[in-house]
Ligand binder design. Structure first.
Ligand code: SF4
Length: 265
């Protein structure tokens, strides 16, 4: 069986929180996020058709050094049949935990894959109760954006069965500020209450050269203090493991604020 891929990296330290992964990028995406830093992969400009066995052999070589076999994109669920075969093979023959990064907008395919995946990472692009903003952040027309948002809610419901669920939001300038992060937190809270490890990560916007939208490419990165403030607010709402991720500080866990007692005199 064959699958379209954009590339892979044998050892990655940044794709699965606190773990080492073999990361595979799959091309194509059904969203058009103007801030996407993988836009050429998402648009299928970087792709080649390879035998799944070729990928499997590379994962097998990396297996002693990795914690997860991680698949990202683009949107991996757009090639769910081939991906299911690959996940099964890696799990059954190498016993490796599997991980997938998805936008959650193809719930029927996520349902097909969920029992094979140990860690699911979902980029929650905007508050789930604001389809206008969700459409803008994902570069979709309002009608398609609203339809997609419905699917994303179903996708999140399915993903909430994963052992390790990691939801993330990027603070895209002009779209997602501290107030929007608070709204995202309120609308995702129910998906982060199941059993297993439940994590939320607030990410800094970084104007990578690979971003296709010129205006966004010329913006500054989100000030780290703002990312930190947003993550703290989210933590207070979610009461679950929360992190902020910036170029300056790396990935940092938000800790409960210490309340100091006034010394008695
Ligand atoms: S969903 Fe992800 S891969 Fe697809 S366009 Fe948006 S940021 Fe890029």
């Amino acid at each position: 069986m064959k699958i379209f891929i954009a590339g892979w990296k044998e050892l990655s330290l940044v794709d699965v929180l606190e773990n080492v992964s073999f990361t595979l990028w799959l091309p194509f995406c059904n969203f058009r996020c103007p801030w996407c830093n993988n836009s050429s992969i998402a648009r299928g400009k970087e792709k080649k058709l390879v035998e799944i066995d070729e990928i499997f052999e590379a994962v097998k070589r990396a297996a002693p050094f990795i914690d997860y076999f991680h698949v990202t994109g683009g949107e991996p669920t757009l090639q769910a049949r081939a991906l299911k075969y690959l996940f099964k093979k890696v799990k059954n023959e190498l016993g490796l935990p599997a991980s997938m990064d998805t936008n959650a907008s193809v719930p029927e395919m996520l349902e097909e894959l969920i029992n094979l995946i140990d860690h699911v990472a979902i980029d929650v692009k905007a508050p789930l109760n604001n389809s206008k903003l969700y459409s803008k952040v994902t570069g979709l027309d309002p009608l398609t954006g609203a339809l997609m948002l419905n699917k994303v809610r179903k996708g999140l419901e399915i993903a909430s069965r994963a052992k390790f669920l990691e939801l993330r939001t990027t603070m895209v300038p002009g779209f997602i500020e501290v107030k929007e992060i608070e709204q995202v937190a309120r609308t995702i809270k129910k998906y982060l209450q199941g059993n297993g490890r439940r994590v939320y990560v607030v990410q800094q916007f970084i104007p990578y050269e690979t971003i296709s939208d010129t205006e966004l490419r010329n913006r500054s990165r989100t000030p780290p203090e703002l990312v930190k403030t947003a993550a703290r607010k989210a933590y207070e709402i979610l009461e679950t493991e929360t992190y902020y991720r910036t170029l300056e500080d790396g990935t940092v866990k938000v800790m409960p604020e210490q309340k100091f007692k006034q010394p008695s005199v």
